[in-house]
Design a binder for this molecule. Structure first.
Ligand code: LMR
Length: 357
């Protein structure tokens, strides 16, 4: 385009203004093209290679940032970004910020979030066998749980996730569940009569509380504090760390150490997203996940005991069941294992028992 100006003062000023506007417009174009996502094509900028925009991995979960799951997912972020040399950015969303219990399962299948870390029993809608974690007194200690994770029965169970567009990346522990009550100490099975417990999901937990003469209600994790505070439910069960980091001590006074069930996690990824990643990126993420998993195991055991101390310091009244008292609970709750054997599968129950040896 050509402009013609008479050489008078007014025209010169107009010419300068137009020149300035054009220069600014050109500069704007060039900077916006620098910041736009131009795929993986490397563009020369100032003599250097333009870096492609990072691949965003969204990781959503429901616990606090200082829980074992919160800290291990931050560790995964740190390692993933390091091992991919910044080609991946992991965005971690804790405390149900992005999705709650049910929504996160739908979101990962739809690809709206890439990785989630639900408690195993919450996968009951995909396969009721995942409720094995809730069978009362199935595992004797943490090592038995880790041994079970390596069993063929568990591998087969985890492969069943493939039918739902998600894949298992890792398993992370939290710990054994304990009982919490707002009204009075829970010492014998008779103390449970008539109480209503918040549960995570599934018919095994419903049957467990029924065996104790109590009722139950499924309430999302993110809504449980309020439900306990407002008396929608009287009581609940959870790990020391979840009880601690969710601050249940503010609204529930009594803690019974029973170690009656497990709460652990499946770290799952949207399969389409995972398979669509460049091979070297996927390998780097697998390495990051393996190391974050070692960290998660160490952390869960350490935080479990620290949280137990925190709960005592927060003023909770603790009942540690002695052997005879615990035996009463085993006797009343164990029939639930037989009741659900056909649902869970004998191979899973046998593998869990073998892991206790
Ligand atoms: C719960 O709902 O109690 C747990 O599943 C929360 C969690 O993710 O540890």
């Amino acid at each position: 385009m050509m402009f013609y100006f008479k050489k008078d003062h007014k025209s010169l000023t107009l010419f300068m203004v137009i020149t300035l506007i054009m220069a600014l417009a050109l500069a704007g174009c060039s900077s916006s093209s620098n910041s736009s996502n131009s795929g993986n094509a490397a563009t020369a900028v100032d003599g250097g290679e333009k870096k492609a925009d990072p691949i965003i991995v969204k990781f959503s979960h429901v616990t606090t940032i200082d829980s074992p799951k919160g800290l291990a997912s931050e560790k995964f972020k740190e390692l993933a970004e390091k091992y991919t040399d910044g080609r991946v950015t992991v965005e971690v969303y804790p405390s149900s910020q992005l999705y709650g219990d049910k929504e996160e399962l739908e979101a990962v299948q739809a690809g709206n979030v890439h990785i989630i870390a639900p408690s195993i029993t919450k996968l009951v809608g995909m396969n009721p066998q995942f409720q094995y974690v809730d069978l009362p007194f199935l595992f004797k200690d943490n090592d038995a749980v880790y041994k079970f994770w390596e069993s063929d029965a568990n591998k087969k169970l985890m492969n069943s996730l493939d039918n739902y567009g998600v894949r298992l990346l890792a398993m992370w522990p939290n710990g054994f569940k304990q009982f919490v009550n707002g009204k009075y100490p829970l010492v014998t099975p008779a103390d449970f009569k008539g109480l209503k417990f918040r549960v995570q999901a599934g018919s095994v937990l419903e049957a467990q509380f029924k065996a104790l003469g109590a009722g139950s209600a499924t309430i999302p994790f993110g809504e449980t504090y309020t439900a306990l505070q407002q008396g929608t439910v009287d009581a609940t069960e959870n790990t020391f760390n979840n009880i601690d980091t969710q601050k249940y001590a503010e609204v529930q006074k009594h803690l019974t150490v029973s170690n009656h069930g497990r709460l652990d996690y499946c770290i799952i990824v949207n399969t389409k997203f995972w398979d669509g990643l460049p091979g070297d990126i996927r390998e780097a993420l697998e390495k990051a996940m393996a190391e974050a998993t070692d960290y998660a195991v160490e952390l869960a055991e350490d935080l479990d005991q620290k949280s137990f101390e925190n709960l005592k310091n927060a003023g909770m009244e603790v009942v540690e069941l002695n052997e005879a008292q615990r035996a009463e609970f085993v006797k009343i709750m164990e029939p639930v294992v037989a009741e659900f054997e056909s649902v869970i599968g004998k191979d899973i129950i046998d593998a869990a028992r073998a892991a206790n040896q």
